[in-house]
Design a binder for this molecule. Structure first.
Ligand SMILES: [Zn+2]
Ligand SMILES: [Zn+2]
Length: 138
């Protein structure tokens, strides 16, 4: 049995492969649905507008964007910055160029024994006309 501290509410919980506790997972699912519904009607909203309309904390929106669950439209103002070069990005932690370098750097430096950075590749909204994109879990 593995005990962890919830990344979101700092509560101690029984770890089952998720960095947040069951309470937060349930809450986040509800919040994510609210954001999804809001974006369905208002696809070009900025982060600030989403926070205001749905009461979802900005930190949760950022988490979803880093995880690639929530992808900003290219027409919406980019809410994230590349952690390496500071370029505005719509999802993930790095711009595509820096992401390639980071992944390569980790492989070069650590050989086969270090895990790769736990970060999804930056994703670009495929179709600009549709505005904000949501990835749904299957
Ligand atoms: Zn929690
Ligand atoms: Zn960059």
């Amino acid at each position: 049995m593995d005990i962890k501290q919830c990344r979101r509410c700092r509560k101690i919980f029984q770890y089952r492969g998720n960095p947040t506790c069951p309470d937060c997972i349930r809450e986040l699912d509800t919040l994510f649905d609210a954001v999804k519904n809001f974006l369905y009607d208002n696809p070009r909203s900025s982060i600030a507008e989403i926070c205001q309309a749905t009461d979802v904390p900005e930190s949760d929106l950022m988490t979803w964007m880093r995880e690639g669950r929530l992808i900003m439209s290219k027409e919406a103002p980019p809410a994230l910055r590349c952690e390496v070069c500071g370029k505005p990005i719509h999802s993930g932690r790095w711009c595509p160029a820096c992401h390639a370098n980071v992944v390569k750097g980790v492989e070069d430096a650590a050989g086969s024994f270090a895990p790769k950075p736990d970060v999804p590749a930056p994703r670009v909204a495929e179709d600009d006309s549709k505005g904000m994109h949501i990835t749904t879990r299957k």
